[in-house]
Design a protein around this ligand. Structure first.
Ligand code: GLU
Length: 445
């Protein structure tokens, strides 16, 4: 039974990079008919907040990435302590008393001698008496996991065959001096106890995986399968800019008014050779989803793609589908209105601007008062309909000899106050006769 987890730390909002990881886990679980777990990695009690935790749940819900199970690491400290005791008893978790400065000094010395800055395991040669004395002097240990010194290999679902040479790594610190846990051990304990079968996460964790595989084994468990996807870079191939890297779902949703499926559609395909297209629902992404399609090179994230996909989604929305959202933003002016403005929208929220331009008040943009007066006299009689615009402009053309831009642009400006926008033939009846007349007279209406 496939079981995967997305494990964010509630120390910030979700951004495009970690949403991609969440999406991969979600799609992987759905495709396999398995379970998608949301694990909140809140062992850092100082930096984790319940607001961020709520924000993460809100963002995933907005994206439609519904989890099947969830739990928090802060509720499981007793389990981590038990695992630590097991490792200590096996001699695989050992106390170290060096201070940060001492470790830094050792590192600098090693580098100066052209050696890799790997922890020298000096603490392993401390006798019981040494340790007792250090403790008596008030020193508190941090605890390191003793790596095997063997190469660790696995078949990565994204990267193929990977080998980490543990001799080039420092024994990782699992428990800090103050007794708090770094991410490494709790994650393994949880993955074992939750029965996680596949760990899908960013390439920045590849080295951790080497150490974690040894911890899985030390705790008597077989390591799950791993898939480490390459990270995202900016559109120019450089580092994802600070702004984009921290682009949160809150920004995308509230400030930019983007559709969640624009985000999902882009993130699911980036880094593969599949065409990037707008999918209306997550189900549509399942078919083509396969971690082995991901390139090992970083994927380029381009905000323009997001905008393009978003516009495409909006252009495909039926009135009945958007009506409640239009109503909520005070922009529900009926189906004819929706059909008129829809092709011009990059985001749904832009409908609000056009609803305002139809209902008014609008200050007309009149550069040629004479033309405005003429246009008014040629306006077809009676109620304005879908045919009125054609008849009106044909008449103006015949009577004044105006044509092209000189004919159409001023009319648009006089009636909407804007130089661009939806099809005027559709807008005219929506604006309605009395408002059209008033605007042609230069009145704000
Ligand atoms: N909390 C870790 C992170 O956000 C989880 C990594 C993992 O998936 O194991 O980087």
């Amino acid at each position: 039974m496939t079981k995967v987890r997305f494990a964010p730390s509630p120390t910030g909002r979700l951004h495009v990079g970690n949403v991609r990881t969440a999406l991969f886990n979600y799609l992987f679980a759905r495709k396999a008919g398995g379970t998608f777990v949301l694990r909140i990695d809140d062992t850092d009690l100082e930096r984790s907040t319940s607001e961020y935790e709520d924000g993460i749940r809100e963002d995933l819900t907005w994206l439609g990435l519904q989890w099947d199970e969830t739990f928090k690491q802060s509720e499981r400290f007793d389990r981590y302590a038990a695992a630590a005791e097991t490792l200590k008893a096996m001699g695989l978790l050992y106390p170290c008393y060096e201070t940060g400065e001492e470790l830094e000094r050792k590192r600098r010395l090693q580098m100066a001698n052209g050696r890799p800055p790997v922890y020298d395991r000096a603490a392993l040669s401390l006798s019981e008496t040494d340790k007792a004395q250090l403790e008596a002097e008030g020193h508190k240990p941090h605890w390191r996991f003793k790596l095997s010194g063997q190469p660790i290999s696995w078949e990565d679902m994204v990267r193929g065959s990977v080998t980490i040479d543990t001799t080039s790594l420092s024994d990782p610190i699992l428990i800090r001096e103050d007794g708090s846990y770094l991410y490494t051990l709790p994650s393994v304990v949880d993955d074992i106890e939750a029965g996680i079968t596949h760990i899908i996460r960013g390439e920045d964790h590849t080295t951790n995986s080497g150490a974690q595989i040894e911890i899985f084994e030390a705790l008597g468990s077989k390591a799950p399968m791993f898939g480490h996807q390459a990270l995202l870079v900016g559109a120019d191939g450089g580092k994802l800019s600070k702004r984009l890297g921290s682009l949160s779902m809150g920004d995308l949703r509230d400030t930019q008014g983007l559709e969640p499926m624009a985000v999902n559609s882009l993130l699911a395909k980036l880094g593969t050779s599949d065409a990037i297209d707008a999918f209306e629902a997550l189900d549509g992404l399942l078919d083509g989803f396969d971690l082995s399609k991901l390139s090992r090179a970083p994927a380029r994230f381009d905000e323009d793609d997001l905008k393009r996909l978003n516009a495409k989604l909006v252009h495909g929305m039926a009135y009945t589908q958007v009506q409640p959202r239009l109503a909520a933003m005070g922009a529900d002016a009926g189906e004819a209105f929706w059909l008129a403005v829809q092709p011009n929208l990059e985001r749904l929220s832009d409908a609000k601007t056009w609803a305002g331009l139809v209902s008014g008040p609008v200050t007309p943009l009149i550069e040629d008062a004479e033309y405005a007066a003429q246009a008014l006299t040629f306006l077809p009689e009676g109620e304005l309909t879908a045919e009125s615009w054609g008849a009106w402009t044909a008449r103006i053309k015949a009577e004044t000899g105006r044509k092209g831009r000189g004919l159409f642009m001023p009319l648009r400006q006089m009636l909407t106050g804007e130089s661009h926008g939806p099809d005027m033939a559709a807008l005219l009846p929506l604006i309605g006769r009395s408002t059209v007349e008033a605007r042609l007279k230069g009145e704000t209406a």
